[in-house]
Design a protein around this ligand. Structure first.
Ligand SMILES: O=P(O)(O)OC[C@H]1O[C@H](OP(=O)(O)OP(=O)(O)O)[C@H](O)[C@@H]1O
Ligand SMILES: Nc1nc2[nH]cnc2c(=O)[nH]1
Length: 181
């Protein structure tokens, strides 16, 4: 295991199996529907890339970039759009794909913002749910794993932009954090 990690929370194999299950569930539920999958940059990239290949339906995908964490491990509570979608979602069935729901502030913002654009339906798929830190009542419709209140990295999740390419999810050692985090 990498020296900056306290422990591995979810192995590559656990993630692969669970993502395949979720892909099969979405395949069943979206039969005959025109699906648009929306990935939230940057953290959702590995999850989205694996999930879409487990959804055995014709679909399209687009990306949006929002940020509330900046370079730290603590949410600023203020969500900003860094990159908007390329096309309209009006009358489309959309699934928002997130790597993690933590305070829920990002998702709440996305639900309100995208909801105003009149999609036919809107669901949220999150790889990780950390309900212990929720600051607003928002929950993913599809969720792969519920995790404890620890700052995690890997499989798209970063600390200061590093560690996104780890193929598994691990908890950072407390001494890796800077003091203001
Ligand atoms: O529930 P919340 O407390 O709002 O946290 C969840 C958000 O935090 C992370 O994004 P971040 O702003 O770090 O951007 P990134 O995906 O580019 O790393 C993550 O990708 C979620 O979008
Ligand atoms: N890397 C990372 N980003 C987050 N954004 C919100 N919670 C987390 C977390 O636990 N880890």
């Amino acid at each position: 295991m990498e020296e900056y990690l306290d422990r591995i929370l979810l192995s590559e194999d656990q993630i692969k199996k669970r993502v395949a299950q979720l892909g099969a569930q979405i395949t069943e539920e979206y039969q005959g529907k025109d699906l648009l999958v929306i990935g939230i940059l940057k953290g959702a990239v590995p999850f989205l890339a694996d999930l879409i290949r487990e959804i055995k339906l014709p679909l399209r995908y687009d990306f949006m970039a929002v940020s509330s964490y900046g370079a730290s491990a603590k949410s600023s509570g203020e969500v900003r759009i860094l990159k908007d979608l390329d096309s309209s979602i009006e009358d489309r069935h959309i699934i928002i794909v997130e790597d993690i729901v933590d305070t829920g502030l990002t998702l709440k913002y996305l639900q309100e913002n995208l909801g105003r654009r009149k999609p036919l339906s809107m669901k949220i798929a999150a790889l990780l749910d950390k309900p212990g830190r929720r600051r607003t009542e928002v929950y993913p419709n599809y969720n792969c794993f519920v995790i404890p209140d620890e700052f995690v990295v890997g499989y798209g999740l970063d600390y200061n932009e590093a560690y996104r390419n780890l193929p598994y999810i691990g908890a950072l050692k407390p001494e890796v954090y800077t003091e203001q985090d």
